[in-house]
Design a binder for this molecule. Sequence first.
Ligand code: AHG
Ligand code: MN
Ligand code: MN
Ligand code: MN
Length: 334
Amino acid sequence: MTTFKTLGQFIIEKQADFPYAKGELSRLLRDIGIAAKIVNREVNKAGLGDILGDAGAVNVQGEGQKKLDVYADEQFIRALTSGGECCVVASEEHEHPIYINSDVSKNAKYIVCIDPLDGSSNIDVNVSVGTIFSIYRRRSTGGQAMPEDILQPGNQQVAAGYVVYGSSTMLVYTTGNGVNGFTLDPSIGEFCLSHPDIRIPDQGYIYSINEGNYKKFSEGIKKYIKYCEAEDPQTRRPYASRYIGSLVADIHRNLLLGGIYMYPHTLSHPQGKLRLLYECNPIAFIVEQAGGKATNGTERILDLIPNQLHQRCPCFMGSKQMVDMVESFIQRVD
Ligand code: AHG
Ligand code: MN
Ligand code: MN
Ligand code: MN
């Protein structure tokens, strides 16, 4: 009989590697896993209930919120608020950070930045969506957390992960010691280790970008796209173009198969679209931990110093040699 290791067992086993750890991070990861299962239940039956469509409000980025954006946000915030391990949550769906002031939480060690539902424009048409999370240790000691606790560079993350609600549901995370993936077994309601030690191939043959924006890209990006499309059997070009429009699903595929994901700056949007704190940083941490590379075109994403909660960042992430190549195109022309 094949025996599976559950996420809970795996987390406890890993904690034993750190004899002085008190288990707070393990409990925080477990709480995120439980909220993910609740969101998964709703995503799975989305067409049946009254959960599809717009919530009627607009978030701080000017995006219309979907009902599932609001639902997922509520579930993760509830889990993090009641868990007692997190003192502040920064969410895509809230303009300001949420400081948790209960007696148990206000002195807690950890900060969570979260994109509760990623790719939400796909939900109404039954295409994969996700959740992305990033965990930091607070810098201030005792009392209410401070804004500088949230605006830490990505290289300070202690853990990051995503959940992809796809043809099966998976949770993939890192604590800075490789990347592991767990598939939800719906019959027992547990995430089970299915993809230990994920490594992204150094070179891939997939490029993922919203080519509808082609005319707005800089010359370097346009030339790199032409390079991907060019015929050259020796380098296995043309590469395949694959773009779902859910960052999590696009990254998950490229992580397993090799490839590059790009959301570049455009002339009108010099910072691109994706948000640094709860999209680019956690994904960059995972990609690097899997052996890949993540940059904004010239600098390592994880070394950028954030100055605003919802700031955006151009991103080029995936197989190392492909990211090196796009950087060389950007530097040559821009
Ligand atoms: P979110 O649904 O959390 O607001 O994120 C949307 C992001 C990301 O998931 C996706 O990769 C990207 O927006 C797609 O943007 P385009 O539709 O501009 O390609
Ligand atoms: Mn959104
Ligand atoms: Mn998103
Ligand atoms: Mn979102």
